[in-house]
Design a protein around this ligand. Structure first.
Ligand code: ATP
Ligand code: MG
Length: 241
């Protein structure tokens, strides 16, 4: 379970999050949508423990993130997977080594056990024949799929995706969304996906949260969005000003 309670955050006196509350049940997958620059990545960075709230609380799996330090925070973070905006692979490491990285850092598995897990993860994202390539030698869609494999390899309970399809052609983007959906069904993680891929992303989530002017203006099933009486919500969904 992920609980965000009255979260506030400002930068240099400018409020970005003005009291965000969201409660996400175990196994639930939520799309976080909103216009560019409205604080979606900032909200996710709080869930990663990379930013501390000015006010309010963030609880993941019942533990308050901002109260944890050092090893305790690391232990909780080990249950998370992140797919960051842009992929964030290590450019000098092969696809295989990128996916192996969290296993080498966070587990004491043997190289043979690591290889088995890496190949299973690469298989799942359809990259089994590209394991020796460097990030610079594969396409943007393959970079995203490698980042997905790396996030999945530790079989995290919580998965956060920040625009995993941005910059991809529509068909490849759809393929990545379907892959994420398949992983969610098979692995049952609790997660949030930030996406501008509307309305496609609505097909793979249980609920949608709309962030606007620092507040959650809608939190409910995708099919209720169009009936919202909030003009900002309808504008975002229809793409019409
Ligand atoms: N570390 C920081 N220091 C100062 N300002 C920041 C910091 N991080 C984010 N901001 C500001 O917070 C606001 C929200 O940024 P954020 O990256 O969360 O937007 P976003 O909704 O993810 O946008 P996009 O859809 O373009 O990715 C922006 O005005 C940004 O400049
Ligand atoms: Mg962002």
């Amino acid at each position: 379970m992920i609980q965000i309670e009255n979260l506030t955050k400002s930068f240099d006196g400018v409020p970005v999050l003005r009291g965000i509350s969201l409660s996400i049940a175990d196994g639930e997958f939520v799309a976080l949508i909103g216009r560019s620059g409205y604080g979606k990545s900032v909200l996710l960075r709080h869930l990663a423990g990379l930013l501390r709230p000015d006010g309010g609380r963030v609880l993941v799996g019942g533990q308050e993130l901002s109260s944890l330090r050092g090893r305790e925070l690391e232990r909780l973070r080990a249950r998370f997977g992140f797919v960051f905006q842009g992929g964030a692979l290590f450019d000098s490491m092969s696809v295989f080594d990128n996916v192996a990285f969290p296993l080498r850092e966070k587990t004491r598995l043997s190289e043979a056990e690591i290889a088995a897990k890496v190949r299973a993860a690469l298989d799942r994202v359809g990259l089994e024949s590209s394991e020796d390539k460097l990030p610079g030698q594969i396409s943007g869609g393959m970079v995203k799929r490698t980042a997905l494999a790396r996030a999945l390899v530790l079989q995290p309970e919580f998965l956060f995706f920040d625009e995993p399809t941005t910059g991809l052609d529509p068909l490849t983007a759809q393929g990545v969304l379907e892959l994420i959906d398949e992983c969610h069904r098979n692995l049952g993680f609790t997660g949030i996906i930030v996406s501008h891929q509307l309305p496609r992303v609505f097909d793979i989530v249980d609920r949608v949260a709309v962030l606007h002017d620092g507040q959650i203006r809608y939190f409910g099933p995708p099919d209720g969005l169009e009936r919202s009486d909030d003009a900002a919500v309808r504008q975002l969904v229809t793409g019409r000003a």
